[in-house]
Design a protein around this ligand. Structure first.
Ligand code: NAD
Ligand code: ZN
Length: 378
């Protein structure tokens, strides 16, 4: 079986490729080696890890003629190529929609008009499509809070409130039937990608999975991309002896899922005999606060670090994120294996093996400030 992995030189893609090659599959990768992920000379560790294991095509996912050609000789498509920065998407709207949505559209056109050999399609969706996710109100039951009100954020009131009674609400794990209401252009583009793939797959009768990945972390995540990956950003700031700016009150949390678990889930999707088209959460099922992440990282690097809990906040950021994993557990038998302590330990060991960890985060914070997307508490 020959598998096309778009974005295969990236973080998730490279780990997936290594695993699939080890399992005996033939791989084709399309990736344009985006400089903000791979550096100007394509010098990322992830690209170097896979370049001799796969047939590598350095090209843009939007090159239709190239897609039409490649799709005639693959059986399965794993579509990971995308622009991935939530904050950056808010001031690069056209680019995000073009790469993520139009790129996916071109892939679908190619499947429909040029190839009848595709047996399965997998697309990387994201938890970003849920916005604030699911909560419970004692009066109103399950609720899906709106994007947080800036007036409240400015006063340091960071918890979302009940959209019906404005009262206090408790976090619940977000399941796949939860309300879809992305709070960023990135989230909107991921949902469009997911819907486009599932719709076409159903129409032409090809099984498909849209994996709603939570916050994926681990060795190989870009250390130079200032727009993604909180663990990378904190690591580079720490290692350069600068102060970490923890937004809000530090209690905001994310469902951090270790890369090996994401690869397991994705491989299970590729190999599943089920003839379904379905969206599935992929997470750890546990949420960890951002402040706790700083402490875990500091411990793992075992040096003194400085952080301030600033009360700054980013427009469009969510408060918490916690995935409900029942659906993927029952359909693919998925169970996350790596907890956050173990995962951070492995991540830190890898960072320590990398040379010259340059810190570019100032640039992304400066851009967010400039465009009014990062604001300070009163
Ligand atoms: N890492 C996460 O936490 C996370 C969470 C949810 C969803 N996802 C999704 O998973 C997928 C992979 O993410 P990742 O973390 O590995 O990111 P990544 O940036 O490491 O990988 C994406 C790859 O796509 C390539 N790419 C970007 N634009 C392209 C274009 N126009 N043509 C061809 N290739 C292009 C990049 O060069 C890169 O190698 C993405 O679709 C992302 O939206 C990731
Ligand atoms: Zn209520």
């Amino acid at each position: 079986m020959r598998i096309l992995v778009t974005g295969g030189a990236g973080f998730i893609g490279s780990h997936l490729c290594v695993e699939l090659v080890a399992k005996g599959y033939n791989l084709v990768v399309i990736d344009n080696l985006l400089p903000q992920v791979h550096g100007d000379k394509g010098s990322s560790s992830t690209y170097h890890r896979i370049k001799n294991l796969v047939e590598f095509i350095q090209d843009d996912i939007r090159n239709q003629a190239m897609l039409d050609n490649i799709l005639q000789r693959v059986d399965v498509i794993v579509h990971l190529a995308a622009m991935t920065g939530t904050g950056q998407s808010m001031y690069s709207v056209r680019e995000y929609i073009d790469v993520n949505v139009n790129g996916t559209a071109g892939l679908m056109d190619s499947i429909i008009t040029r190839s009848n050999n595709i047996r399965k399609i997998i697309v990387a969706s994201s938890r970003a499509i849920y916005g604030e996710g699911k909560y419970y109100c004692r009066k109103d039951g399950d609720v899906y809070p709106e994007t947080r009100d800036e007036v409240l954020l400015r006063r340091g009131k960071f918890d979302p409130v009940c959209p019906v009674c404005r009262g206090v609400i408790d976090l619940r794990a977000t399941d796949e039937n939860s309300r879809i209401h992305p709070s960023s252009i990135y989230g909107i583009s991921k949902y469009a990608q997911e819907e486009i793939v599932l719709n076409v797959a159903k129409t032409v009768g090809i099984p498909a999975y849209a994996f709603r990945y939570q916050n994926v972390y681990g060795p190989g995540q870009s250390l130079i991309n200032p727009y993604t990956g909180i663990l990378s950003i904190f690591s580079t700031v720490m290692k350069n002896g600068k102060e970490i700016n923890v937004y809000e009150d530090g209690r905001e949390s994310r469902d951090f899922v270790y890369i090996d678990d994401v690869v397991d889930a994705t491989v299970a999707g590729i190999e599943s005999p089920l003839e379904t088209t379905v969206a599935l959460n992929v997470g750890s099922g546990v949420n960890t606060s951002v402040e706790n992440i700083v402490h875990l990282l500091g411990e793992a690097y075992s040096f003194d670090y400085h952080h301030k809990i600033s009360g700054d906040y980013r427009i469009g950021d969510i408060r918490h994120n916690l995935a409900d994993l029942k659906r993927i557990q029952s359909s693919l038998g998925y169970k996350p294996k790596v907890n956050i302590e173990t995962g951070i330990g492995r991540f830190v060991n890898w960072v320590e093996s990398q040379v010259n960890v340059e810190e570019k985060y100032d640039k992304s914070e400066e851009e967010l400030f400039r465009y009014g997307l990062l604001r300070s508490r009163e």
